[in-house]
Unconditional design. Structure first.
Length: 435
């Protein structure tokens, strides 16, 4: 038994009572377990113990017993999250009682359990985070988790010169290279925002360095969806932010790395017409999966096929290439196939409301001259852009990170509007007294 394992067990053992007494601490620890997956760095059998559940249970108990601000959950976003959970439960029940889908019933309910945990902890995060200082700590923990990945991967990138794909930690939500690229696209705005808003000089430098390092890291995941997401995120940040000149040298460095230092294997991977084909096999797989999703949704437009409906039996019925069985390869088509047009509409409505919220916050922040609010609103907005663009090519509709972004948006909106409402009320009272 290694010393690192003993340290981890002792740390978790002493942390669990704190999670109960201080649920927000439990949220931070849950975020570390979900994103960083520290147990994967310890020993091969660490995945046997339910680390996330061990953190979630005392956190939930503490939230129920000690938190009184249930009103913090009052928002359109939370309402849609609740609707999605109800709808996911309904589609799971219908699919597991439909003869055509009954063969994947066990996988459906297992997936339902995982997604339910994510949605539940999203709601607890919203209800537990009470102050901007706590929101800042949550943002710092998220950025710190992925920053640690980057620092750990930097020697590998230098030694291999991009000749090997970059993966996330084993058994984590970003273990796959495509998922890691997606997460980096979503985290780039975090690094940029924190490099601008943090007061500590060394913290600003660290996050600025991580922002620069993250760009070649996206390249070396060899994920074309992540590369498209990177281009769109950088473009959106350049268009949507006032301090555009800060991005120019970073963009130049990124292009320089891609064109001059990227190995031939990376260039071949990014070339969609390699080997003389009009469309490469990976693109054909996606088109086949998307067609499958659409055809299934047309036959079951209300409830879809339920979670885990991507099976050989159903591909044989709905896919153009019946032998090419894959996941949805898209957050949009994935929700459509699994939960029908109603579930897809609710999911996209949640995304739309989040965008409206952060745009409104950015405008109000500029009006009240609160650069911190503007920075955080833009950070979350561009992170959503990264998810929606890169996620168009990945089946990560229920990505923990996405729902954490939703939680941060709800928290930021609640805190900012409460602060600005008090300012408006004060101004109104002063006007009445003056009259």
């Amino acid at each position: 038994m290694s010393s690192r394992f003993i340290i981890l067990v002792v740390f978790f053992g002493t942390s669990l009572p704190i999670c109960f007494a201080r649920p927000f601490y439990g949220i931070l620890l849950w975020t570390v377990v979900a994103f960083l997956n520290p147990q994967s760095f310890i020993w091969s059998g660490s995945d046997v113990f339910p680390w996330a559940l061990a953190v979630a249970l005392p956190t939930l108990a503490g939230f129920v017993m000690f938190e009184t601000g249930w009103g913090r959950l009052k928002s359109p976003e939370v309402l849609l999250i609740c609707f999605l959970w109800i709808w996911f439960t309904f589609t799971s029940f219908i699919s597991t009682n439909t003869p055509m889908f009954v063969h994947h019933s066990r996988d459906t309910w297992e997936r339902w359990q995982l997604v339910s945990k994510v949605l539940l902890m999203t709601a607890v995060t919203i209800g537990t985070t009470k102050t901007f200082a706590q929101l800042r700590w949550l943002v710092l923990v998220i950025a710190g988790c992925f920053g640690l990945f980057l620092l750990k991967s930097l020697p590998f990138m230098i030694l291999t010169q991009g000749g090997s794909r970059l993966y996330g930690p084993e058994n984590s939500m970003i273990a796959d290279n495509n998922d890691f690229g997606l997460a980096l696209d979503m985290t780039l705005p975090f690094f940029f925002c924190l490099a601008q808003t943090e007061a500590n000089r060394w913290a600003k430098r660290l996050f600025g360095f991580l922002f620069v390092v993250a760009i070649p890291a996206v390249f070396f995941t060899y994920s074309r969806g992540a590369l498209v997401g990177l281009i769109v995120v950088m473009g959106a940040m350049f268009v949507g932010m006032k301090r555009k000149l800060l991005l120019v040298p970073v963009i130049i460095v990124g292009i320089f790395v891609a064109l001059l230092f990227a190995p031939q294997a990376w260039k071949d991977r990014m070339n969609p017409t390699r080997e003389g084909a009009v469309i490469d096999p990976s693109a054909l797989e996606r088109l086949n999966a998307w067609t499958f999703c659409w055809n299934l949704a047309l036959d079951f437009p209300i409830t879809g096929g339920g979670f885990a409906t991507f099976t050989p039996e159903l591909f044989d019925r709905y896919a153009p290439n019946t032998r090419d069985v894959h996941g949805p390869h898209s957050i949009y088509f994935g929700v459509l196939a699994e939960h029908g047009f109603i579930g897809s509409f609710a999911y996209l409505t949640l995304v739309g409301i989040c965008f409206v919220s952060v745009r409104r916050l950015a405008k109000l922040g500029r009006y009240y001259d609160v650069p911190l609010a503007v920075g955080y609103a833009n950070m979350l907005r561009f992170s959503l852009v990264g998810f929606l663009v890169a996620g168009a090519f990945l089946g990560r509709a229920y990505f923990d990170y996405f729902f954490t972004i939703v939680a941060c948006i709800v928290i930021l909106k609640r805190l900012c509007l409460a602060e600005w409402a008090s300012v408006l009320k004060t101004d109104f009272i002063q006007m009445e007294v003056a009259q």
